[in-house]
Design a protein around this ligand. Structure first.
Ligand code: NAD
Length: 356
């Protein structure tokens, strides 16, 4: 953590959890965000159950999360299973206090290519998790929604109460999650919180694959001296949030008073960054570790159909109700994330210098 105010609720909750550990289920535990959740919960001495089918997640993510959590960490049990299987969800939820649901197919283009599989995992799988959590009487389910539910809204900054027309089956699956979660609250009294993540980045985000997120893709390109591509004029904006703050939002949501932790919350930095600015930031930070990046220039390609022009969140609701205060700006998050990517890409000598 960087600049968390010492009186912040997050610091208080971390101490309270360390003093009285709980049992957490992280679905999607082998993925980017899931493995960061596992790492932090274990380092707080919690008991963690992980569920994943390794469809996009990796064993190496889990191995690294467990390794970084340290020897004095809490305990971890892993279930290799599919959330489309209700029995696996029941097994995973047994004895759990809090569910942090992150298993999903997260690619928008893949959802457009194969809406049926996307719905089977993201909607039916989600329902299985809700049913199993209800049956196990867990205290609360916190689940990953997405800024994709804002669709084509032109309200800036984006606020929870105003959504536009949805632009992909992925967005529809996340909107369906929100509908089912609130319905389960009313029908069965299951406590749920939906977190609408904006553009999350950080260690263990995969730089490979056709649909890799922009930050790891550009870092990998710059490290490999391959040109970076900006779609359109580069004035497209996004709200980039460092993964440690996503972890914070999950822990605050799980532990907040029931009256405050209800419905959906934007989880973002609340800062608008254009792709041109992002490129400069990455190049500048990376040049200190990899001088070859200093002279890199991006290549502009045709704007992509369906890409929204501006995206930035109003985070007042999360701040007021959950006391969520991002500890990182994109610059400070990038500096931390870059250490991780560079350490993995460089030969051992440079590696040691970077990690010092
Ligand atoms: P990820 O692909 O790294 O992680 C998803 C994990 O879910 C993977 O480990 C995968 O193996 C697992 N999984 C997929 N299908 C499964 C199934 N049927 N059964 C069990 N496990 C399954 O993606 P991520 O970026 O870590 O995203 C986590 C969540 O956050 C997703 O719900 C995603 O939609 C949401 N989200 C992410 C971002 C972002 O910027 N990364 C933004 C908005 C929302």
């Amino acid at each position: 953590m960087t600049d968390q105010p010492s009186g912040s609720r997050y610091l208080h909750v971390r101490h309270a959890l360390t003093a009285r550990p709980r049992v957490w289920l992280v679905t999607g535990a082998a993925g980017f965000i899931g493995s960061n959740l596992v790492e932090e919960l274990l380092s707080l001495g919690q008991t963690v159950v992980g569920l994943d089918d390794f469809s996009t997640g990796k064993e190496s993510n889990l191995g690294e999360a467990l390794g970084r959590a340290g020897a004095s960490s809490g305990s971890f049990r892993f279930i290799e299973g599919d959330i489309r299987n209700l029995a696996s969800c029941h097994a995973a939820c047994a004895g759990v206090d809090y569910v942090l649901h992150h298993a999903a197919l997260a690619s928008v283009p893949e959802s457009i290519a194969d809406p049926l599989t996307n719905s089977q995992v993201n909607v039916e799988g989600f329902l299985n998790v809700l049913v199993a959590a209800r049956d196990a009487r867990v205290s609360r389910v916190v689940y990953a929604s997405s800024s994709a539910v804002y669709g084509d809204t032109i309200t800036i900054p984006q606020v929870e109460s105003v959504v536009g027309e949805l632009l992909s089956p992925y967005a529809a699956s996340k909107a369906a999650n929100e509908l089912y979660a609130t319905t389960f609250e009313r029908a069965y009294g299951l406590a749920t919180v939906g977190l609408r993540y904006f553009n999350v980045f950080g260690k263990r985000q995969d730089p490979n694959g056709a649909y890799a997120a922009v930050i790891p893709r550009w870092i990998a390109n710059l490290l490999g001296d391959v040109p970076c591509e900006i779609f359109g004029d580069g004035n497209t904006t996004r709200d980039f949030l460092y993964v440690a703050d996503v972890v914070q939002a999950n822990i605050l949501s799980a532990t907040a008073d029931a009256a405050r932790a209800r419905g959906v919350f934007n989880v973002a930095c609340g800062q608008e960054t254009s792709l041109n600015e992002l490129f400069q930031l990455i190049r500048q930070s990376l040049a200190r570790l990899h001088p070859g990046a200093r002279s890199a220039t991006p290549r502009h390609a045709e704007a992509r159909l369906g890409d929204i022009r501006r995206s930035v969140a109003n985070i007042a609701k999360a701040r007021d109700q959950l006391e969520f205060v991002p500890a990182y700006r994109p610059e400070s998050g990038l500096n931390e994330a870059l250490q991780w990517y560079v350490a993995r890409a460089m030969p051992t000598g440079v590696h040691a210098a970077v990690e010092r």
